[in-house]
Design a protein around this ligand. Sequence first.
Ligand code: ZN
Ligand code: MN
Length: 502
Amino acid sequence: MKYDVIIGLEIHAELKTKSKMFCACDNNSTGKAPNTTVCPICLGHPGTLPVPNKQAIDWTLLIGLALNCQINQHSKFDRKNYFYPDLPKGYQISQYDQPFCFQGSLAVGDKEIAITRVHLEEDTGKSFHPQGRTDTLIDFNRAGTPLVELVTEPTITSAEEAKKFCQAYQRILRFLEVSNADMEKGEMRCEANISLQKKGSWQYQGGQILPTGKRTLSAKVEVKNINSFRAVEKAINYEITRQASALDEGEEIIPETRGWDEKKNETVAQRRKETAADYRYFPEPDIPPFIIDQAWLDSLKQSLVELPPAKQKRFIHQYGLKEESAEILTNDKDLAAFFENTVSEMGAWIEANGDDFERQDKNAAQMAANWINSELLKNLNTDKRAVADLKMTAENFAELLTLIWQNKINSNAGQRILEVMYWEGGDPGDIMEKLGLEQLDSEEELEKAIRAVISANPKQASEYKGGKLPLIQFFIGKAMAETKGKANPEKLKPLLEKLLME
Ligand code: ZN
Ligand code: MN
């Protein structure tokens, strides 16, 4: 392609504070009837006064700190004026020239994506256009929900990078426990500014895209209404293709806002883009400015938890995990904690059994990581359940892994026990006894099973004896079936090899 792709993101995230941004209304309207979590303040009645939510400001600053932002010691709210049916005041309280946080960064793989600003504002209500009706319904429950807006520098160069940025940001919001950031529920909303420029026709200077020489830049287009990670990628790729073919035809790109149509898989023109001047920003006269001093920031820094990138590095170093394995485990705060609790409990179980075990034993940790990433996560993803919904404790899960670790059961039996524990919880030792899954260790019984298998498969047995050694896997499988998966694999294989050669 003869164009460079230039993408900047604006991401809005709803904070899950108890009350709304400027009033005491319940901020959680899930399952509540329309227009029930409202009051004169969030409905914009004349004469009412907004009172800022301290928790929302703290959390915005915390997000800024997590993203390595500078914090504005002097900050304020501003009015952003525009008319929209679900914006009852006729303006949005937002932040203009003194956002709480600015100049941060967030890594996507090896690349640091620069963040222009992170500011705090209020959400609007929601309009509904029921099918078959000509009127519009409005629900103000969401009006006044604290909304954090993050703006990146235009340094993202592909749809995939944009998607990964959104995912990395979502992880941080969830680790900080300030937002559920579920895109499907609109708790996190992504807008992308996309332009294509002829190679060599532009430069990036002082945070701006500037033309080189006397050339002119191609306009950027804003894409809204993107409500999943998949849609982030699809919408941007669609727009790249659309703009490239327009430019190829010698057409000019119109600076406009386009909406992503999930059903048609295309972006659709919505309106010409507003500029800052259209909004007539001015300082919010009803809220005094803020002074954010060092003591305030210091106390926030203390509540800053270990974030996914740091946790991933630590898991690799401390537990000897592979990068990919560590990444999966640190995707979710609860999953990461479940893993670490499992490893520590495994140490306790093994020590309680009188064995020698170093708590940070890397083999046990890798075993735990493998079981969580393959077996457990597979089930959770299929059932769309969260780690918090698990009936099984890390202690019981660790006990199960210890049974396998100590060769009391094989991994087949482990999987069957896990299936019971996953749905019902419970003690793996009890389940093992109930299901009769205790590992078959007795040489006598193993021999009996092997002899039965050999006499049932005389052709393969003589082929093996004739030198077709890979057939050993066939016999292992048969013998496992014969013992209902209970045979100790470490004893089974050598015994099979011996008896097959007789
Ligand atoms: Zn209210
Ligand atoms: Mn905004």
